[in-house]
Design a protein around this ligand. Structure first.
Ligand code: GAP
Length: 441
């Protein structure tokens, strides 16, 4: 089922409210006042996030490249983060207003102007603030050592590169992919899921020979661009922006951001970076272990180069909602509809009996379809109009209604979320309809 394009530009406030109201996202620890930059996923958010992971994984499989998966630890030792450059370089510039004590990222504000919070113009010096969360390992304070919650998943891939190479049958070029939590003590978490303190990343590190790296870099950019098309994101709202030399991270010699036009402007969605062989070389230096690869052809050892694609799941989640959100005027009322690709939609179809008498036969059909393994909903509460609106608002691609005709013609009505058009579908063809039309298999 092809979803149509949403043209509404949604404000972040509306999206935050919808996410809470419908069970996508809640502020974490809300009953204790919340915690800035940290969110919990509700029932629908959990499903949407899983669909994002599945789509990403499938997009890697579609490349036909050799890619294996890894699940690294969240906590890493000091030496590891020293080697990666995060102890020395993973800073943001921080400044405080001397009057109201409000804290800002110095690169977010114009310090020649007054504080946006209190109107005074008295600033502290700009200090560098390391974004990594520290923790202590061990019970006795005099024996404990400082360790760090990972600020990116990538390093777990680099430190395991040789383990993967020797324990599986992969050969250069190949990729190691990982999805998992990352933590950054952002000075000013903001824009809802855009800049968080605890979030999840999906990263792929592509190991190759130096002479092939730039061609792979271009190819990965194409793959990633195509991925956003396959999950239905509007082409015009995505662009690729190469980094200027002075923007490049300490490890990168070429990076392009895939940017999305969020309600607050064009912002980075995903980074595609040519990291050279910086990471493996650093880990060799700091650990004393050999991470080079022997090339049978040249009879020489070399340290592979790396192309990385890295995206935050919640940032992608936020983008998908911004892209899908639509408000339409229908008979004097506003209809809110999430025109999500069926691939991402948390609920694939809702089953709605029209009256009490129709609950039992409809539930039977619902249970049969549910056995196919799709997330479906059975909804009996409220008028049919209200049930349609509820499902529109959470992006359910199709609603099936069992009505007065159904016991006679053996069919249900399928109502399309985007067009609101209705068609009769034979009950014994429903599974096929779901598989082919809704899920697209
Ligand atoms: N391994 C490379 C790396 O971590 P990055 O540009 O710092 O590079 C990659 O982060 C992606 O992770 C970003 O493009 C974004 O999608 C996501 N991301 C980074 N910081 C984030 C934050 N504070 N909240 C949500 N997502 C974040």
């Amino acid at each position: 089922m092809q979803s149509s394009v949403a043209t509404t530009r949604v404000s972040l406030d509306k999206l935050v409210s919808l996410c809470k109201r419908r069970g996508f996202v809640y502020p974490s620890a809300e009953i204790y006042g919340g915690i800035n930059g940290i969110y919990d996923m509700g029932p629908l958010g959990t499903l949407l996030k899983q669909n994002i992971r599945d789509a990403w994984k499938k997009s890697l499989a579609n490349t036909n490249f050799d890619i294996v998966f890894l699940e690294g630890a969240l906590i890493g030792p000091h030496a590891m983060w020293e080697a990666s450059g995060h102890i020395e370089n993973f800073h943001d510039p921080m400044v405080d207003c001397l009057v109201c004590k409000h804290r800002f990222r110095a690169d977010d504000i114009d310090m020649a102007k007054a504080c946006s919070h209190c109107g005074n113009k008295q600033w502290t010096e700009v200090r560098q603030f390391n974004l990594m969360f520290t923790t202590q390992l061990g019970a006795a304070s005099h024996q404990s050592t400082t360790a760090y919650l990972r600020p990116e998943t990538a390093q777990a891939i680099f430190i395991n590169f040789k383990n993967v190479l020797t324990s599986s049958r992969v050969k250069i070029p190949f990729g190691i992919a990982q999805m998992g939590k990352s933590f950054r003590n952002e000075i000013t978490p903001k824009q809802f899921l855009f800049r968080m303190r605890e979030f999840e990343q999906m990263e792929i590190e592509w190991f190759c020979k130096e002479e092939t790296a730039l061609a792979f870099f271009e190819q990965w950019l194409q793959f990633r661009r195509e991925f956003y098309r396959t999950i239905g994101i509007q082409d015009a709202r995505i662009r690729v922006r190469p980094h200027d030399k002075d923007e490049l991270s300490h490890y990168s010699s070429a990076t392009s951001d895939m940017e999305y036009e969020f309600p607050f402007g064009w912002k980075e969605l995903e980074g595609v970076a040519y990291r050279g062989n910086f990471d493996l070389t650093q880990h060799m230096k700091f650990s004393g272990k050999d991470l080079s690869v022997y090339d049978d052809a040249t009879k020489q050892a070399y340290v592979p180069h790396v192309v990385e694609c890295s995206v935050g799941i919640e940032r992608l989640f936020l983008m998908a909602l911004c892209d899908a959100y639509c408000e339409e005027e229908i008979e004097g009322e506003t209809r809110i509809v999430l025109k999500l690709s069926p691939k991402l939609a948390p609920i694939k179809a809702a089953f709605l009996p029209l009256t009490k008498e129709q609950v039992v036969p409809m539930e039977k059909i619902y249970q049969q379809c549910k056995a196919l393994g799709y997330e479906l909903d059975f909804d009996v509460s409220g008028s049919i109009g209200k049930r349609y609106r509820r499902n529109d608002e959470i992006g359910t691609p199709v609603c099936f209604t069992y009505d007065f005709e159904s016991s006679v013609d053996g069919a249900v009505t399928a109502r399309n979320r985007d067009t609101m058009q209705q068609e009769r579908i034979a009950i014994d063809k429903l599974e096929e309809y779901l598989r082919r039309v809704v899920i697209g298999k």
